[in-house]
Design a protein around this ligand. Structure first.
Ligand code: ZN
Ligand code: ZN
Length: 384
């Protein structure tokens, strides 16, 4: 398959423009307007305002099946430390996760497919807001994404430092972990530190709780099924001679398996309510579900693998990589319909900076690879 040099030059220019105008989650107004203007110029039907700034472009060519391809648009609250011409022009905001690359590639795919209709069916190009922590995918779903645009399958990608340029990675199973957060409130009875027996110490209860929380993953979850519970904040007390009334613990829970995720939530909740009373302290937990596990459907995995082998060659397609403990809200979409998610390599001789680094810049050489895999996927899933 040939992707024109002219298109690649255009997409590179769009990528740099988007990089220079980063916008935070749910505030992707300029980015969204740019996408709308481009899609309309390709003759694609555009639906705006789904989940706030979200956009869906629809390209129909025949009565075949319907496929959804998703790109994310948001940037991060980081002050960019690069000095090239396309560096961020917005203070404390930058595309440090390469979503500028995802969005530009998707526009390139839309343009290519509008001009080369070697498919039979419908493609929805989904541009979602707020992937970073805010769950923009879920907002689009709650706003009727799958009812207004019914689709048989949905796919997503992320650029991936650590993976060589020209290659992709896709697993038959988990790619990214679930993430949840929790806040534990321990309420005791404040008293003079010299007379602890007159109060109930939430700090002693908190220390015991933190130690015991470690036993959930190490003693009660199968060692063959990964999970993480990290207590990352502990706040209490203002003086050396006062036992405070309250202590707050906060942290995060990660896993690759929905059963393990549920077990960790249940066991943590049970421990928070049953252990502190041994210290005369009461414990309450506010457990917030974040993103589900991003795990690939077997058929959708086969579809990406097959399309990528056709587009790039079998030696460029990695199918058994270690999943990442980071998370992805694409998981909300692939819970709704058959879906899969792959990583796009960006590393050259000098390895890429990590994602979320203040010097990150999406590698434009990966644009062609990304477009080829997407186009190949559409052509193989919606055959003429
Ligand atoms: Zn990110
Ligand atoms: Zn990202």
């Amino acid at each position: 398959m040939l992707i024109s040099q002219e298109l690649l030059a255009d997409v590179t220019e769009w990528r740099k423009l988007i990089h220079s105008q980063p916008e935070l989650g749910f505030n992707e107004f300029k980015t969204s307007a740019f996408i709308v203007q481009k899609l309309e110029s390709f003759g694609i039907d555009v639906h705006k305002g789904l989940g706030g700034t979200g956009v869906v472009g629809t390209l129909r060519n025949g009565e075949g099946p319907t496929i959804g391809l998703r790109a994310d648009m948001d940037a991060l609250p980081i002050e960019e430390q690069n000095n090239f011409a396309h560096k961020s022009t917005h203070a404390n905001c930058m595309h440090a996760c390469g979503h500028d690359g995802h969005t530009s590639i998707m526009l390139g795919v839309a343009k290519h497919l509008s001009e080369n209709r070697n498919f039979n069916g419908t493609v929805h190009f989904i541009f979602q807001p707020a992937e970073e922590m805010l769950g923009g995918a879920k907002e689009m779903i709650d706003d009727g994404l799958f009812e207004k645009f019914p689709m048989d399958e949905v796919y997503g990608l992320h650029n991936w430092p650590g993976l060589p340029l020209g290659e992709i990675a896709v697993n038959n199973g988990p790619m990214m972990a679930s993430f949840d957060t929790f806040e534990i409130t321990l309420t005791g009875k404040g008293t003079h530190a010299a007379m602890p027996h007159l109060g109930a110490d939430p700090i002693a209860a908190g220390a015991a709780l933190i130690t015991n929380i470690q036993s959930i993953v190490s003693r009660r979850i199968s060692p063959l099924r990964p999970g993480v519970i990290s207590v990352t904040q502990m706040n209490s007390g203002d003086a050396t001679n006062v036992i405070p009334e309250r202590a707050i613990l906060k942290g995060t829970v990660r896993s690759f398996d929905m059963d393990v995720r549920q077990s960790m939530q249940d066991m943590l909740t049970e421990m928070v309510t049953s252990l502190p009373p041994l210290y005369g302290v009461s414990g309450e937990i506010d457990y917030q579900l974040g993103y589900p596990v991003t795990t690939n459907d077997q058929q959708a995995y086969q579809a990406i693998k097959g399309a990528a082998v056709k587009a790039l060659g079998a030696d460029k397609v990695n199918t058994d990589v270690e999943p990442s403990m980071a998370s992805e809200d694409f998981s909300f979409m692939s819970q709704k319909t058959k879906g899969a998610y792959f990583w796009l390599g960006v590393d050259e001789q000098t390895p890429s900076k990590p994602l979320h680094n203040a010097r990150y810049d999406f590698n434009d050489s990966a644009i062609e690879v990304g477009i080829k895999v997407w186009v190949s996927l559409v052509e193989s899933q919606l055959p003429k």
